[in-house]
Design a protein around this ligand. Structure first.
Ligand SMILES: NC(=O)C1=CN([C@@H]2O[C@H](COP(=O)(O)OP(=O)(O)OC[C@H]3O[C@@H](n4cnc5c(N)ncnc54)[C@H](O)[C@@H]3O)[C@@H](O)[C@H]2O)C=CC1
Ligand SMILES: CC(C)(CO)C(=O)C(=O)O
Length: 308
């Protein structure tokens, strides 16, 4: 497959570096990372091990955007810009692995070439040309609009199966999911539960195995599940809470991405995660007080820290 990874920071470099084992991969990244990869290749260290030589560029227009698959791995707030760039080419399929419900933004510009993705791998950039896998997770891909699901709703689409097979060929755990619309919301509930609480309390994910953090994370996840249900997605409170507990246990030592953003003084994905639960809840008449309070606190920090 010819694959373009748009926004090769931590996650994009991990996934792109592994995919380059078997596929023709171009990473759209920033310097000095892009320059180092172009010169010396990309090293994947930690829980995965690879040294591959994908192409790398800082200029999306120099990448061949008429590819089989464009993977979007920018932060959620850069999704619209990524969509604009990708629309200058003609990728056959576009799949976002970012957190947050970013597929709608991509689909506005790129139509039904967009499929949904989610990743629970952990990735951290070590330095230019090197990325560390901090946790082997799983990637799911699939149709996100029910109208595009297979008739019986049980089989994943052929195109999602093709993408999943391409990932697996390279040693990445990946499944095509026939219920991706539900998985997106489950991941949103997990991120709403874990990211905001760990960022505000400055604790590792594992701290949410105990009270009182556990109860706050559960409340945030239940609110997300409630919003999902009024949007027609079958995600029960229990399923959302169980998903939080599972990810807390599996990633106990992790610093969540939002905690890392806060600690490095970077912009967070509050609008795409906690804020998205609040906004969609408000649109549908569902009150989300826990998420609202946490979104307000995170935005207060962002405004003070980054000048608004
Ligand atoms: N890092 C992780 O372990 C995981 C991250 N995620 C999600 O994946 C997304 C990406 O996360 P990270 O990789 O950690 O963030 P990151 O900030 O390391 O990577 C995003 C990269 O995109 C680049 N970028 C943005 N616009 C660009 C453009 N126009 N041209 C070239 N490069 C551009 C940025 O410079 C940055 O290097 C987020 O939504 C995050 O929540 C999800 C699961 C795990
Ligand atoms: C799964 C989890 C919560 C892992 O830390 C994550 O997606 C993140 O940190 O953004």
């Amino acid at each position: 497959m010819e694959i373009v990874v748009f926004g090769a920071g931590a996650l994009g470099s991990l996934v792109g570096g592994m995919l380059a084992r078997e596929h023709q991969v171009t990473l759209v990244a920033r310097d000095p990372h892009a320059r180092r990869i172009a010169g010396q290749g990309l090293r994947v260290v930690g829980d995965l091990d690879a040294h591959t030589r994908p192409r790398a560029t800082t200029d999306p227009t120099s990448a061949d955007l008429t590819c089989d698959l464009a993977l979007v791995t920018v932060k959620a707030y850069d999704t619209a810009t990524a969509a604009e760039s990708l629309a200058t080419g003609d990728p056959a399929l576009v799949c976002a692995l970012s957190n947050g419900l970013t597929e709608e933004t991509l689909a506005e510009r790129l139509g039904d070439r967009v499929i949904a993705g989610s990743a629970t791998y952990g990735a951290e950039l070590v330095g230019p040309g090197e990325v560390r896998c901090t946790g082997v997770g799983r990637i799911h891909v699939g149709e996100f609009a029910d109208a595009r699901l297979a008739e019986d709703g049980d089989a994943a689409s052929d195109r999602a199966e093709r993408v999943a097979a391409a990932f697996r060929e390279c040693g990445l755990a990946c499944e095509a999911d026939p219920r991706m619309s539900r998985r997106r919301w489950e991941k949103l509930a997990v991120n709403a539960g874990i990211n905001a609480v760990t960022a505000l309390a400055r604790v590792p994910n594992g701290a949410l195995a105990d009270e009182p953090g556990r109860a706050v994370a559960h409340r945030a996840a239940r609110e997300a599940a409630r919003v999902a249900r009024v949007e027609g997605v079958a995600l029960s409170d229990e399923e959302a809470v169980d998903a939080v507990d599972t990810v807390v246990a599996e990633t106990a030592a992790n610093r969540s991405s939002m905690r890392r953003d806060v600690e490095s003084g970077s912009r967070t994905e509050v609008d795409a995660i906690t804020g998205a639960v609040v906004d969609r809840g408000r649109d549908r008449g569902v009150d989300t007080p826990t998420n609202r309070t946490m979104a307000d606190l995170l935005r207060t920090w962002e405004r003070d820290h980054n000048g608004g």
